[in-house]
Structures are given as structure tokens and as C-alpha cells.
Design a protein around this ligand. Structure first.
Ligand code: PSU
Ligand code: MN
Length: 338
């Protein structure tokens, strides 16, 4: 029918579709070592919503088998919102945008000895045919490359405590200035200097938006950090509109949406906070805080030990929550015209 023809025609001529087609073509032409999962490619080319997910949280952020259970359940949460999940990682020197179940298992079990891959590591790790979990920074790179608009995870990296001296500032922050992706997370962990992280994001011009009734910026395990975000939104439509407006105005950087952990985990938050303080002190005492990329995984592991797994339970819950909100935002975004 003519109505159908119109739909498919407008589909082919849709600027987003054209953009993706050229992107895919140039990826193929350069022989880039990137495999976009057929389900993800199908969704992207029909302007169906996709949510990107990172994999350092799987390889270095949680112990096995919690990691694989979390990875699967978060993908299911994304599906429950009507979106397609694209967990991003590196397998045998190829970037996977959307992992097969066996590849997810391979990363989680660490059978291929995966590296923690941030932006700086990407190309050398590929040439060395390594496996890798992608951090927020490298996941942002690949989400943007594929044209995925929303990326959900637990915690963004940030300015480490003492960062004013050590210059240990996560590459995640700077990456948000390069990639036009909405990153949905539960704030930044209190293993970091949250105030300085927000200052740095302000300097970089990254929009920071609390996803709640107030501007309170959440602190991962607890709903409040004591710091304020400059903005808040209370629903997925407004969040999608912010991303959309940003793009309409030609601004090519990303935005950060911070969703507080569900209320029932708030009590655990206080207990976990004590463990965080102890772990940070230990990391300074043992010299861990000088070990670069090892610092964050060490602190995450130590907090898990000190809380006998309670931090892990909260962690899984908050990632599922951000995936749910991320899916809702991605769905609303797909309803907005380019
Ligand atoms: N915070 C968490 N869990 C994590 C990470 C951060 O609560 O798994 C991971 C994310 O992949 C993040 C990375 O992008 O650590 C930041 O590491 P670094 O501080 O080395 O930049
Ligand atoms: Mn660092």
C-alpha cells in the first residue's frame, strides 16, 4: 500500500538512517575490526532503540559468577523496556557491539585473560589479539561509532581522592566531551572525590542531570552525595528531550544522567560507606593508590570483601535500575525526530 511505501521510503531517506549507512559503510571499507551483532544492526537501521552496556564491570568490577548473572539480567532488563541491549567488549582482537552469550561468558569467566580497556588501550589491544572489558570511556567510543544514543552502567569513573596531586582522573570524564551519547549511571562511587569530579565535568562542559525530584547528585550506594547536580529531570521524556535538543544544536559531546539507587538499598549504603573509607585508607597505606588502572578494581574488590558481599548486591540492583531507566530514555529518544 502507499502508506507502507511512504514509511519505508521515509525510512531510507531518514537522516539518521543515512548517517548509520555511511558509518557502517566506512567501517567496512576500512576493514575496521568491529562486528556489530545482527540484532543490534537490525535495530539501529530501523531506528529501534538500543542501549549500550559496558564490560569492564563484568571483567574487573565484580567477581564471577555474580558478574555473568548481572550481565545477563541487565540485558533482560533492557529488553523488558522494548530496547535491544548491546553489551560491548573486545574478543580476540575484535570489537563486539553486542556479545553472543558464549562471548559474555568468556569475558565474565576471564578464560581469555581479558584486559581492562580504556580509550588509550583500544588499538594496541586489538593488534595484540587480546580480550578486553571496555570501560565507560571505550564503551562510549564504540557506542558513538555504532550510532547508539544511550549507554547504561553502574558507576562512571572520576577524579580519585588526592587527584589534585596524583592527577588520577578517569578517562571517562574526558570521553564525555567527545561522544554524543547519554550515559545513565548511579552517580560516581564514593571511592572517588565526588565534588572534584563534578567540578571537572563542569569545566569540560558536560551536562550533568540528576534523574529524580531533586538536584541531589547520587553516590552509587547511597541516594545522596551531599553534592548538587546543576539540573534534574523527573521522567524519561524530558531526559530524551535534553539529549535531542543537545544534538539539534550541533553539540557533539555526551551528557550524564545520574539515577539514585532504589530506596530499599539505602540502609546498606551507610554500612558500605564505612567500608569504602577503610578501603581508601588501606589503598594509600599499601601503595595501591599509585598503581594507575589497578586502583579502581582493587577498591571495588576490597569493599566487596569488607562488606561480605553486601556491596555487590547493591551494585547489581543499581545497575539493573539504571538499565531500566536507560531503556526508557532510549525508547523516548527513538520517538523524537532527528
Ligand atoms: N565504578 C564502579 N564499577 C566499575 C567501574 C567503575 O563502580 O566497574 C569501572 C567502569 O568500567 C569505569 C572504570 O569506566 O571502572 C573506571 O576506571 P578508572 O578509574 O581506572 O578510569
Ligand atoms: Mn585512573
Amino acid at each position: 500500500s502507499s502508506a507502507l511505501r511512504r514509511v519505508s521510503l521515509s525510512h531510507e531517506t531518514h537522516p539518521y538512517r543515512r548517517f548509520l549507512t555511511s558509518q557502517f559503510r566506512s567501517l567496512q571499507e576500512t576493514g575496521a575490526p568491529v562486528d556489530i551483532h545482527p540484532e543490534v544492526e537490525e535495530a539501529l537501521s530501523h531506528n529501534k532503540p538500543v542501549v549500550a552496556l559496558e564490560s569492564t564491570i563484568i571483567t574487573h568490577g565484580m567477581p564471577y559468577p555474580t558478574s555473568i548473572d548481572m550481565a545477563r539480567s541487565v540485558e533482560n532488563t533492557v529488553r523488558s523496556t522494548g530496547c535491544i541491549p548491546a553489551t560491548i567488549g573486545i574478543i580476540d582482537g575484535r570489537v563486539k557491539i553486542g556479545l553472543e552469550p558464549s562471548q559474555l561468558e568468556r569475558l565474565a569467566s576471564r578464560s581469555g585473560n581479558p584486559l581492562k580497556i580504556s580509550r588509550r588501550d583500544i588499538s594496541a589491544a586489538i593488534v595484540s589479539k587480546r580480550d578486553g572489558g571496555t570501560t565507560c570511556s571505550s564503551t562510549l567510543v564504540f557506542a558513538a561509532l555504532a550510532g547508539i544514543k544511550v549507554f547504561a552502567t553502574g558507576g562512571l569513573g572520576g577524579v580519585h581522592r588526592g587527584g589534585e596531586n596524583t592527577l588520577d582522573v578517569s578517562a571517562d570524564l574526558h570521553e564525555l566531551t567527545r561522544c554524543s551519547v547519554g550515559l545513565v549511571c548511579a552517580g560516581v562511587k564514593s571511592i572517588l572525590d565526588i565534588g572534584r569530579t563534578l567540578e571537572y565535568l563542569e569545566t569540560l562542559g558536560v551536562p550533568v542531570i540528576s534523574y529524580r525530584e531533586t538536584k541531589d547528585f547520587p553516590a552509587f550506594y547511597s541516594r545522596k552525595s551531599g553534592h548538587q547536580a546543576p539540573w534534574n529531570v523527573t521522567n524519561a521524556i524530558d531526559a530524551a528531550r535534553v539529549l535531542h535538543t543537545h544534538r539539534q544544536l550541533g553539540m557533539t559531546n555526551g551528557a550524564l544522567f545520574a539515577v539514585p539507587i532504589p530506596e530499599r538499598y539505602e540502609a546498606d549504603g551507610a554500612v558500605i560507606q564505612e567500608a569504602v573509607e577503610l578501603a581508601v585508607r588501606e589503598s594509600e597505606e599499601f601503595g595501591i593508590s599509585k598503581l594507575g588502572k589497578e586502583v579502581t578494581p582493587w577498591l571495588l574488590k576490597r569493599v566487596g570483601e569488607l562488606t561480605q558481599g553486601r556491596s555487590l548486591e547493591s551494585n547489581v540492583a543499581l545497575v539493573r535500575n539504571t538499565a531500566l531507566i536507560g531503556g526508557q530514555i532510549a525508547r523516548e529518544y527513538a520517538n523524537l525526530a532527528w
